[in-house]
Design a binder for this molecule. Structure first.
Ligand SMILES: NC(=O)c1ccc[n+]([C@@H]2O[C@H](COP(=O)([O-])OP(=O)(O)OC[C@H]3O[C@@H](n4cnc5c(N)ncnc54)[C@H](OP(=O)(O)O)[C@@H]3O)[C@@H](O)[C@H]2O)c1
Length: 248
């Protein structure tokens, strides 16, 4: 087993452990509606989002350019572009659209997300530059379709949430319409589909590890959001599922 394979396997194992902790021991990541002030120093939410997502974009490219050589396949550029499109939105556009400008998040969340994003960026950049992925045009086409369907669901669902508040408002309302008719967190469902599509575009241990980490973060968070809605709103639609329409 070469060094990069070992790093990816260990990273995936951490992802699985994180999932078990978040899901079964109900450790809720303290940002957004679950934000808490007893997790140490706080930073501005918008700044926190920007600074914690930026390493994904920067380190993917730095790692790719560092390891790139004559054997780097041209097919590596498609996943690089998909990743960049996602992270340009998540780093620069999404945070600036948040309505509650006073909101804060614990610095420890920002710090751990920086490490998480740095690791994912370096790992995926290296695997792409070294050609350590399955290359298939059929998979690329299928994966791109899944990726953009996921991105559409993610952004449309985030847009519905962001439109619930007027500028300066900070309270919560019951989201309605689109996939909110079926599940509490369609934005997470879309995000999971995106990274599943990315894995299909460029199947490798690196893209698999990122998919595992996305599932580890978002499945427990979707469950926590759903339970939070049920507690907060007595009129919350009872037939609305957590994440997978009609199933869970
Ligand atoms: N790949 C990954 O591992 C990963 C991990 C985490 C997040 N993400 C992505 O990052 C994005 C944001 O995640 P998040 O956990 O912050 O999502 P979220 O809890 O659904 O919130 C998204 C935004 O909408 C606001 N909002 C949510 N529900 C609302 C409601 N009922 N009424 C009014 N406003 C509401 C939130 O405000 P507040 O901040 O005030 O709650 C926040 O500004 C999502 O697209 C998610 O997929 C990805």
């Amino acid at each position: 087993m070469d060094d990069w394979t070992l790093i990816a396997v260990v990273w995936m194992a951490f992802g699985v452990i994180t999932f078990l902790a978040l899901f079964f021991f109900k450790v809720t990541a303290p940002f957004g509606r679950h934000s808490r002030s007893d997790w140490g120093p706080m930073v501005n939410n918008t700044f926190g989002w920007m600074i914690m997502e930026l390493p994904s974009l920067i380190f993917l490219w730095l790692s790719f350019l560092y390891f790139k050589n004559v054997t780097t396949p041209e097919t590596a550029y498609l996943p690089l572009v998909l990743w960049s499109i996602h992270y340009i939105n998540r780093t620069f556009i999404f945070p600036l659209r948040l309505k509650n400008k006073q909101k804060q998040m614990p610095l420890i969340v920002t710090g751990s997300a920086i490490l998480f994003n740095l690791m994912n960026g370096i790992l995926n950049g290296a695997f792409l530059a070294k050609g350590m992925f399955i290359q298939s045009y059929v998979l690329m086409i299928i994966g791109v379709i899944i990726f953009f369907v996921g991105m559409f669901i993610n952004i449309k669902s985030d847009n519905i949430l962001l439109a619930l508040r007027l500028p300066g408002e900070s309270g919560y309302k019951i989201p309605k319409g689109f996939l909110y008719r079926r599940v509490s967190s369609p934005n997470f469902l879309g995000e999971i589909l995106e990274w599943f599509g990315f894995f299909i575009v460029t199947p490798s241990l690196a893209s698999l590890s990122f998919l595992i980490w996305t599932l580890a973060n978002l499945i427990p968070r979707a469950r926590d959001h759903h339970e939070w809605y049920l507690k907060k709103f007595s009129n919350y639609p009872k037939d609305r599922k957590v994440l997978i329409p009609w199933v869970w």
